[in-house]
Design a protein around this ligand. Structure first.
Ligand code: WTA
Length: 631
């Protein structure tokens, strides 16, 4: 199967075709997959309902595309390289044949334990081989997987289990992350006190720590495997059957369980993977995201495996045993495509380049980033130090709701431009809206991003709450999908995503987006990163509070605060100068690297008692430090 666009001309042609004749465009792509029954209609949609259906009447199973299909052609090729938390431990190399066998065996374990097509299964596991096996085993039998990031608290886990009424929980005794051990089983036990829908919990051994055992629901993963064989035919799924639920990072309010379906998701995750990264036969590809995030679902597992790629699954963190770990792994496996988040890039850029120089990174061909806007400094650091100015950088914009990458350059095919996600993939029709909810015709413009036409992997609903789905995504503009991001467009049609449009503060009657203010601050040579929020102010209504991380070793004083204010005044205007500037060591982040402004807003507004659950943060420890040093 090759879905690749390989020249700028071909990109332009494909784009035009996708707009003029979307059904034909997607039919030709979908025809390259393995279907049990061909679809009768490519697309049916009505965004006033809202409803979107793709490949109607088609039947398939995504694991036959990801596994069975490769057995003859590449059965002995490595599908997954499982790199453990500690470099001392042995790497596992799992071939397509082995993965197929493991998935089928575990699918039989699930069946033995009562799982049926349509059941929801919650997966709360470390980034180990068994996590991938678990996900694919669910898909094999038509059970709906809901992966919950293994850093989340018991409250967060229980809320997600309950929201989807999951009947089975897959977890582990514990998980290694850097020099820490997360007691996953203990956390799960706590969650299960408030999650009565779980009837069985299957426990994988990873840390071999002591755990408490609940004989009425707990069974050991390895013991169950002894009771089954590895023969498990794939369940026949309709295109529009649910494949998985994935909860969004929830930087605002109650998490939303985004629902993705089998056919459209399969096509789009694979199509986007092949085009964005320009993966070539034999390449070693590594996405460092967590599988508990959409990036991991689409670009560690489904997209690469369906493409027959070799994909790395890394259990650990970039800072362990030291800040050179990513580069050590790149050298060890001769990684060709490396995909990570700006937050990781910025964190690594704080440390000396001696952590990088030790390693041979000459295998790298393509670099990627995802998750938030990447500032110019971080972009150049990545380009200079990791890509050595010879690797195109794909800055990929998408959302959990989208299923796959929407706006990005195609590595080496279309141009990269620092801080710009650049162009839509063929099949994606972004527009900019003005304040009167009209499409902006002019090419060079600034506005609110919206998507005008369906793509195959758009989330079909929020699990159990279609009304909310409609309100959040389809009520801002009639007949457009509303992602909630602002954007700029340059004269060549390149998009730059500027940040969430809900992050605005009204200062003395002026509507100020916090994203451009942060960008300005981050351009200061002594600053790594910043977050700006509003707090109530007697005169101005609201004033701005900036939390700012300086580089290690930078002296923090009034002079630096003054310089930061100056940068803002010069770039945006004096009105945007923050009233308060607090220098901090870290900012509270979601696991996908997004700053939790909700928490900072509460701290800035002295509402420390109502911070809520901070345990879902990537780094809950920074909150205490920020509160102690609050201005
Ligand atoms: C932001 C992550 C700028 C954006 C895959 C979006 C980005 C939200 C980029 C979705 C990017 C993601 N440039 N902003 N390349 N990628 N975002 O659901 O605000 O965790 O709406 O999915 O992240 O976050 P989510």
């Amino acid at each position: 199967m090759s879905l690749q666009i390989q020249s700028l001309e071909a990109y332009k042609e494909a784009y035009q075709k996708s707009v003029e004749n979307p059904s034909l465009f997607w039919d030709e792509i979908a025809n390259q997959f393995l279907w049990r029954k061909k679809w009768t209609k490519t697309l049916e949609y009505d965004w006033t309902v809202p409803e979107t259906k793709w490949f109607l009447g088609g039947q398939m199973n995504i694991t036959e595309n990801a596994l069975d299909r490769h057995l003859e052609t590449r059965g002995d090729q490595v599908a997954l390289i499982c790199e453990p938390n500690s470099p001392e431990e042995e790497t596992k190399y799992i071939t397509y044949k082995e993965l197929h066998s493991k998935v089928c065996a575990f699918a039989n374990v699930l069946k033995r334990n009562g799982a049926k097509k349509g059941d929801r299964i919650c997966i709360y596991m470390p980034m180990i081989l068994e996590l991938s096996v678990a996900i694919l085993a669910c898909a094999r039998i038509g059970a709906i997987h809901s992966v919950v990031f293994a850093g989340f608290s018991s409250t967060a886990l229980a809320a997600r289990i309950n929201d989807a009424t999951c009947s089975i929980l897959l977890t582990a005794d514990g998980g290694f992350r850097g020099d820490k051990i997360t007691p996953l089983k203990d956390i799960a036990d706590e969650a299960l006190k408030n999650a009565p829908s779980i009837k069985k919990s299957i426990i994988c051994q990873r840390t071999y720590q002591n755990i408490t055992w609940n004989p009425s629901i707990d069974v050991w993963w390895h013991e169950e495997l002894e009771k089954v064989d590895d023969n498990c035919p794939a369940e026949t799924m309709d295109s529009e059957d649910m494949l998985f639920i994935l909860y969004t990072s929830g930087s605002t309010g109650k998490p939303k369980g985004m629902v993705h379906t089998c056919g459209g998701y399969m096509i789009y995750a694979t199509y986007s993977f092949q085009n964005v990264f320009q993966y070539k036969e034999g390449d070693i590809y590594w996405c460092s995201a967590d599988i508990g995030w959409i990036t991991g679902h689409s670009y560690i597992l489904y997209g690469p495996l369906i493409s027959g790629a070799t994909s790395i699954l890394f259990e650990g963190v970039p800072s362990y045993p030291d800040y050179g770990r990513f580069w050590q792994i790149c050298e060890k496996h001769k990684v060709n495509q490396f995909y990570t988040a700006p937050t990781a890039i910025r964190a690594l850029a704080k440390h000396p380049t001696s952590f990088i120089d030790k390693y041979d990174l000459s295998s790298l061909k393509v670099l990627g980033t995802v998750g938030e806007p990447i500032n110019e400094e971080a972009w150049h650091w990545y380009d200079d130090n990791i890509g050595k100015n010879k690797c195109p950088i794909v800055d990929t914009w998408f959302q959990t709701e989208n299923g796959g990458i929407m706006i990005t350059s195609l590595a080496g095919i279309t141009e990269s431009k620092p801080t710009y996600a650049t162009l839509p993939l063929p099949g994606i029709q972004p527009v900019l809206m003005d304040v009167n909810s009209n499409e902006i015709e002019k090419v060079e413009a600034e506005g609110i991003l919206a998507i005008k036409y369906p793509w195959p992997s758009i989330a079909r609903t929020i699990y159990g709450d279609h009304e909310r789905y409609k309100n959040v995504y389809f009520s801002a503009y009639e007949n457009y999908y509303f992602p909630g991001d602002g954007a700029l467009r340059d004269e060549r049609g390149n998009y730059r995503i500027t940040g969430r449009v809900d992050d605005v503060v009204i200062v003395s009657g002026h509507n100020l987006g916090t994203a451009p203010i942060e960008n300005a601050i981050n351009e200061h040579e002594k600053i790594v990163e910043s977050a700006v929020v509003g707090f109530p102010h007697d005169l101005k209504g609201f004033a701005l509070y900036a939390f700012v991380i300086p580089y290690d070793g930078v002296e923090v004083n009034d002079e630096l605060a003054k310089e930061v204010r100056e940068v803002v005044a010069n770039t945006i205007g004096p009105i945007a100068k923050p009233d308060k500037i607090q220098f901090v060591k870290g900012l509270p982040k979601t696991r996908s690297g997004k700053i939790m402004r909700r928490i900072l807003r509460k701290i800035a507004s002295n509402e420390i008692d109502s911070l809520g659950d901070v345990s879902t943060l990537l780094n809950p420890e920074v909150v205490k430090n920020i509160i102690e040093n609050k201005l």
